[in-house]
Design a protein around this ligand. Sequence first.
Ligand code: GTP
Length: 348
Amino acid sequence: MPYKAAKKQAQHIDDRRRHYILAFVSYITSAVMFIYGIKNLGAEQVLLPIILFTTAALFLLNVFVFHVSHNLERACIIEAMLVGSFVLSLVYQGGFNNTALYWVFPFPAILFGLLGVRNALLCNALLLITLCIMLFFPDLIQAHYKEAESSRFIASLVIVIIVCWINDHYRERSHRAMDLLQQSKELQANTDSLTQLANRRFIDSALLLNIQQQPAEFLPLAFIMCDIDHFKKLNDRFGHDGGDDVLKAVAQLFRRNLRQQDFACRVGGEEFLLILPHITHQDALSVAEKIRTQLYQQPMVQQDKSYKVSASFGVAICDNAEQFHAGVKLADTMLYKAKNNGRNQVCG
Ligand SMILES: Nc1nc2c(ncn2[C@@H]2O[C@H](COP(=O)(O)OP(=O)(O)OP(=O)(O)O)[C@@H](O)[C@H]2O)c(=O)[nH]1
């Protein structure tokens, strides 16, 4: 699978994970809150059912807005703020039979699930500081917690936050490592190992797809098909390794003469295809002529012997993505014309 498609799929799976956490926290928690709210109706604690019903209604409203707008990022931030305010108001009030502190423990994991490592760590730190202030300055809150209970609660909450942080930090790192691996595999699959130029697979998959998706970025483009002349004789004279050196030198010559937006690909043994976006036919012919002259004038040295290498070139222009293959074929036809006319020349 091409890298971009794999990355998109991985992002889609990660969004699904956050979507499920959002739905779980909204639906299940609001159902639990409604049940506890009804149970506490009429009890002397007036504040508790108000907190429970209000938070449950806001959870449901948030998830409803998400289903309409599909804005996952915004829904997760609002959800985290709702969970945070709920937890703090519950700790302030004390909850049913003073059990509010138990409801704080799922909070760090929910935050990491909704916000990602950095933001979740920041929010958890803020929560911890606020809870410390509330618990160690009991005059500020309505509920009464035992001192030993408060200190053990803070200690165990710190442990939960650290474990969640380690877990999510390494999960994100392993995802990044897999992403890099996929990227380098894609690069390898699209690169010719001898010359380090792009290969035919790159043209057929990545480049053509990009041209079809964003034609204005590329068109009109020129194809320059290039084939080294009498390469078989070079191989026979200097051996396969000598021939390889010539291929590498030619690749280097392309790199020196092409612009950053141009593509040089090795499409066969001693055959290359140069793809030049946003260029006129006349300019493409000039580029081919410049490379041809430089190659012929640059002496190659092999086994202390200096010799000349020449190549033939065929040029064609492509105005729309549908003409891509026809354009490559025309450049190939022009190349054979150059070969038939005596080699070491440009036709187009
Ligand atoms: N050294 C080397 N040679 C290769 C490689 N791939 C293909 N070849 C050789 O390239 C030669 C191509 O020969 P031909 O197709 O007859 O072309 P040519 O000798 O260049 O003749 P014209 O193209 O007509 O000028 C063959 O001998 C192949 O073995 C490679 O990676 N390295």
